[in-house]
Write a protein that binds this ligand. Structure first.
Ligand code: SAM
Length: 305
């Protein structure tokens, strides 16, 4: 089977008929499927994932040994070739040749969604530029799983991936992010988790709310939340809490209420003596770059006094 996507479009799986990926329409070309794999729990293998991996001609795998062990667990024996951060540009020509011959390829990483702190970006970028069809087969992603259970605001978030491993650079980056009001999300390893929490305390204050999600979907899954200092205390009192893979989530900084400058207030008041309040606010906002609603609110408050 070469183009699983057209099979879906032919009606076997109605939920895929609205897939937005449209390439050059050449049905003789193969498709690149970007396939998410489990982040620990093999029961998270979906039917669509298994079907895709079983029916493509080849699998581009970050670590072929790890992928073969997953494939043997799900009873698939599709050939694999390696595609990792050091060879992904060189492998591009080979992938293009395969797709041109009409062979489809699945891209997988060691765990979770490819390209998310994992290889694959240059390949997907180039293939889309060349007009090939690239189709997602979604599934597990550690940071999305962590955010969904963290209890931190999920309406706006910022995903950083891995922080720098050197302490100075890590602290500098955390200081830069200290005023960010969206929830911030990082990947972290067991040997740096404590140092990372200490740097968060220094950069953002010991009381900043943090959640650490450890070993998600695995036997020792643990999600701990509280002030960053309280989490450091937990790690210090129980060495097991530093083991495994981590997602670190930081509650965003409280938004500072923007203050109108005296010049802005004076101009708004002057203009409002001759113009309707909304017009006065609009002009003042254009002059000083403030928010017109905030100026209008200020004018209403002045009228009330
Ligand atoms: N592509 C993957 C994804 O979709 O989540 C992430 C790959 S990145 C190289 C690996 C990092 O993801 C780990 O160091 C850890 O920070 C995080 N991670 C992966 N699996 C995890 C799990 N089961 N629980 C917590 N964090 C996990």
């Amino acid at each position: 089977m070469t183009n699983l996507h057209s099979e879906h479009e032919s009606g076997q799986s109605p939920s895929h008929t609205s897939d937005p990926v449209v390439a050059n329409g050449d049905k003789t070309q193969g498709v690149l499927y970007v396939v998410a794999t489990p982040i620990g729990n093999l029961d998270d293998v979906s039917d669509r994932m298994r079907h895709t991996l079983a029916n493509v001609e080849r699998i581009a795998a970050e670590d072929t040994r790890r992928t073969r062990s997953l494939l043997s667990h799900i009873g698939v024996n599709t050939p694999c070739f390696s595609l990792h951060e050091h060879n992904e540009r060189q492998k591009l020509d080979y992938i293009v040749q395969c797709l041109d011959k009409g062979e489809s390829i699945a891209l997988v990483s060691d765990a979770g969604t490819p390209l998310i702190s994992d290889p694959g970006y240059p390949v997907v970028h180039e293939l889309r530029k060349l007009g090939f069809r690239v189709v997602p087969v979604p599934g597990a992603c550690a940071f999305v799983a962590a955010l969904s259970v963290s209890g931190l605001p999920s309406d706006r978030f910022y995903f950083e991936g891995f922080l720098p491993s050197k302490q100075g650079a890590r602290l500098k980056r955390l200081k830069e992010l200290s005023t960010e009001s969206a929830t911030q999300i990082f990947y972290e390893s067991s040997h740096r988790i404590r140092a990372c929490l200490e740097d968060i305390a220094v950069a953002m204050g010991a009381e900043r709310e943090v959640v650490i999600a450890r070993e998600l979907t695995k036997t020792f899954e643990t999600v701990l939340g509280g002030s960053v200092n309280s989490l450091i205390e937990i790690l210090d009192s129980d060495s097991n809490q530093s083991r495994g893979e981590f997602v670190v989530l930081i509650k965003g900084a409280e938004r500072q209420k923007e203050v109108l400058s005296e010049e802005s207030k004076n101009l708004a008041i002057k203009l409002s003596e001759h113009l309707p309040g909304k017009k006065a606010a609009k002009i003042t906002a254009e002059v000083f770059g403030d928010k017109k609603n905030q100026i209008y609110q200020y004018l209403l408050e002045q009228n009330r006094d």
